[in-house]
Design a protein around this ligand. Sequence first.
Ligand code: ZN
Length: 307
Amino acid sequence: MRADRRLWIAGLVLALASTGAYLAAAPGQGGQAAAAPAAPLNIIVFGAHPDDCDIRAGGTAAKWVAAGHRVRFVSMTNGDAGHQSEGGGALGARRRAEAQEAGRRIGVEYIVLDNHDGELMPDLRVREQVIRLIRQWKADLVLGPRPNDYHPDHRYTGILLQDAAFMVTVPNVAPDTPSLRENPVFMYVEDGFQKPNPFTPDVAVSIDDTFQKKIDMLDAHVSQVYEWLPWHAGRLDQVPKDPAARRQMLAKQREGRISPATREALVKYYGPEAGARVQHAEAFEICEYGRRPSQAEILRLFPFLPR
Ligand SMILES: [Zn+2]
């Protein structure tokens, strides 16, 4: 009997210790140690391919994680067409592993849906996938591309998010997943397309303090940043072999990329001097189909903006 009791206590101590270890380790998965905020935000970012979320929102995601908020990345396709000499299931598996490594480096979970790359359609089946993911995450904020873009998968990801906004609150739609009581705020990530109208930032975030984390994420997508994209641009021979030199190339590619509209938004939030000094930024535009946030709510959703 006493031995049983000792075992029980030992089990309890082990369980508590492992819970403590988990809590301590979770933010450390590439993110900085975070004091949990009173009401953690749930942010979900959608991209068409297993590196799109990182490119457009990786630095801001690292800031949310560092502040103790919860971020999930979703790739709508498995990326199985994005390579010059590989393809199909083997490439899809490789890209899923790369995405998971990228997520691990900043402390976000990276979901890669098994829709084929280059074949994404904004149909009811895929819309319901998006609705369920937003509901399961109990999202406060949903980010994704605008439907104006060179790549059909990017365009349709934008359409799918527009089609999921509001419908996430309708209980009779995808009734197997409880609906949200309130429409989340939906925002578009930045792009450079001008027609029918250019991206107009409502929020701009300095990511100077998390820029290296963003490069860490991108560096995990080896098949893309060091193989497919340089090959497509005709510069595969210019990719260094040395890991440090490769990373440096990635950082250099992202220099001087702040558009005039985003610079203006940076000045609005950070003031003329600090706003002019920002080197790296990510920007977001409110989608009219989500909940319309007040300026106070924007500051709640982006708690690292100066106020
Ligand atoms: Zn893409």
